[in-house]
Design a protein around this ligand. Sequence first.
Ligand code: NAP
Ligand code: G4F
Length: 352
Amino acid sequence: MTKRALIIGITGQDGSYLAELLAGKLYDVHGVIRRSSLFNTDRIDHMYCDPHSQNPGVRLHYGDLTDASTVRRVLEDVKPDEVYNLAAQSHVRVSFDMPEYTADVVAMGTLRIIEALRDHVIHSSRAVRYYQAGSSEMFGSAPPPQNEKTPFYPRSPYGVSKLAAHWFSINYREAYNLFICNGILFNHESPRRGETFVTRKVTRAVGRISQGLQDKLYLGNLSARRDWGYAADYVEAMWLMLQQDEPDDFVIATGETHSVGELVELAFAEAGLDWRRHVVIDQRYLRPTEVDNLCGDAAKATDQLGWRPRVTFPELITMMVAHDCKLAQSEQALSQAGFITPARGAAMAGGN
Ligand code: NAP
Ligand code: G4F
């Protein structure tokens, strides 16, 4: 029997890798996308086919987590076996600028989905499994190593909202006997990472600096430490959680921590550049409250799911720098041919 999955947040970094993973396992993959004035499907375009063709590939439905009625309708139309909620205003710094919106999407949005799920399961008598994308930001200032038993102490509107979503999910699992799993994922990156998260901001800058498209890179706190893994490894853990006999919550991490400064040094060295000549500290990228040190202990996931990360931190940075050097070469060629103006340079150097 073909399984059907609904990925909410399919256009994001993780959504795109998860869609590939599930399509590879012959799932019928559906995703929710937001209406936008420009196409926002770059990360999944390679999987999308004309709906009129024989094999429609990934199927997309308009929806938004701020709109309960569409969430409900998509669930009823698709009738999925598995639902993955990866949708979020996922930028921590931006959550300080847009706290109410962040809480609406991240916390209330989750509640809207699981409320709809609760009714759908009752009315359809179908068993539906649900994955909730939790975050190591929920640990905030709890000292490392952090695991499933570590008390939470979030430090941003994003972290607080993710924690509300986490507890809503646990409450619905216990109250209504729903199959709901919380993944507590530490930072995971890739060449598809959004360009304003620090790893990608750095590797994009390395590529552009090496092509002469940019000279400076403006960053905030170089001392913060993160446990960085590879996104494609992490989506496998999401799927594994939903294949277990009982729903549960799992930390997913590499168990290794590095500072932003180490990341910068490694990425610039990869392209033969001296970071000290290019990196400028700009106060605007500091956060009102910072999460200083994240390092996860994923022993439970290894024991119970058989999951472990494959790609190491240096391999991840090499992969991202190589990708972004190629991207910068194309940008340079297109700009020299007069097809584009590299005006995004300023935004690239400074965005969040
Ligand atoms: P991402 O690249 O920012 O993708 C977020 C996705 O959510 C995009 O598809 C986005 O659509 C969608 N979205 C945003 N607001 C929405 C709304 N109101 N209604 C419906 N969809 C909405 O994030 P990611 O890195 O893939 O992360 C996936 C999930 O894991 C997120 O919930 C994130 O908070 C969480 N997480 C991420 C990490 C990490 O290190 N990557 C770690 C822990 C937890 P558009 O493309 O239209 O913007
Ligand atoms: O790359 P970041 O923006 O990721 P952050 O805040 O850790 O959040 C990411 O990981 C979470 C999991 O722990 C996810 F839940 C969340 O959705 C997101 O994917 O920042 C990492 C560190 C921070 O300490 C930040 O202060 O890098 C520091 N940093 C220093 N300069 C910067 C910059 N971060 C950004 N984005 N931009 C800078 O210029």
